[in-house]
Design a protein around this ligand. Structure first.
Ligand SMILES: [Zn+2]
Length: 322
């Protein structure tokens, strides 16, 4: 797995974004080994063990990693071939809302709840679920939020449960489970801290759109974008079409869903160009239909950096014992 957090001397998690590349003073949360920050251009930025990679980091399957589900990976653990198969089903049946016969279906799609049985269909008894529309980029942003949020919370509960069980069993993997939970909460905090923004950029040549996230005031970010773009165009005018607090979770899915419209300006990415105005309007409507994010009690605690209920409970028990 990619390790994206190290711990400092106070045992506080530090994300890869907050350090410079090269050797660091940080340690691996799982084994205490020294870490080197790998921040090149080709691979996702991550920490590597300066010496030997520990078992906890090396031997993880995709599903065991404490990363946010449906955050920057939308293939729902399908192989390349399966992803192609489901895209074909979408293009033949799904987008026209036509039923699909079981004989045409790879059973993994039913097992993973990407397709569901509908007894009221006359021809072809299976149809796409909301989850199933995600790998093909067909689910609206509004519904994506619903689906992702419930999966995010489900995984949080699983990680909390694992900590609880490991603690009660006095298991050797207790600390591993605890770091998994803390890393996961740090990831949740990151997306909740971010504001999603969408800009319209009129230049002397063309109109572009830009999606992004920031933790600062939108206008500060707009000024930076302006600075980036004046190197490429003689006229640049930026309009903020919308911003959505606590919606850092949507940025990557937007990029996935609208990948066909993505264009680069020099080395700049995250820009979009629509061939016809209807497509641009549809993308904006897709964003604007998202409900305003209402933070739950749990989310407020995560944003405040409070420990999880299970960590608090364990701390209380340990204090009583001491
Ligand atoms: Zn390690």
């Amino acid at each position: 797995m990619w390790l994206r957090y190290g711990v400092d001397l106070d045992l506080i998690l530090v994300p890869i974004e907050d350090v410079l590349r090269g050797r660091t003073q940080l340690k691996c949360p799982y084994c205490g080994g020294e870490l080197t920050a790998k921040k090149g251009n080709r691979k996702e930025h991550h920490f590597a063990h300066t010496n030997f990679t520990c078992r906890e980091v090396a031997n993880r399957s995709e599903r065991e990693i404490p990363t946010l589900p449906l955050y920057n990976n939308f293939n729902i653990c399908l192989t390349g071939k399966e992803l192609q198969q489901i895209k074909t089903l979408w293009n033949r049946y799904g987008w026209k809302n036509k039923g699909i016969y079981e004989s045409k279906i790879n059973s993994i799609f039913i097992k993973e709840k990407l397709l569901e049985y509908n007894e009221y269909r006359l021809y072809g008894e299976y149809q796409f679920t909301k989850l199933g529309k995600i790998p093909v980029g067909a689910l609206s942003l509004m519904l994506f939020n619903q689906v992702q949020e419930s999966i995010l919370w489900e995984k949080l509960q699983q990680l909390e449960k694992k900590v609880q069980v490991a603690y009660l069993d006095d298991a050797s993997n207790f600390h591993e489970c605890l770091w998994d939970l803390q890393i996961y909460r740090a990831e949740l905090k990151k997306i909740l801290s971010n504001t999603l923004y969408y800009l319209q950029i009129d230049t002397d040549k063309e109109t572009f759109y830009k999606i992004g996230v920031t933790r600062r005031e939108i206008q500060a970010r707009v000024a930076e974008v302006q600075t980036d773009l004046v190197k490429h165009f003689s006229h640049v005018s930026i309009k903020v079409l919308g911003h959505w607090s606590h919606r850092g979770n949507v940025e990557k899915y937007f990029k996935y869903r609208y990948a066909d419209y993505n264009c680069s300006i020099g080395s700049l990415t995250e820009y979009y160009k629509f061939d016809n105005p209807e497509d641009a309007t549809a993308a904006l409507r897709d964003l604007r239909r998202m409900k305003k994010k209402q933070l739950s009690e749990f989310e407020v605690d995560i944003l405040a950096g409070k420990p999880s209920w299970i960590e608090q409970l364990i701390e209380e028990i340990e204090e009583e014992r001491a």
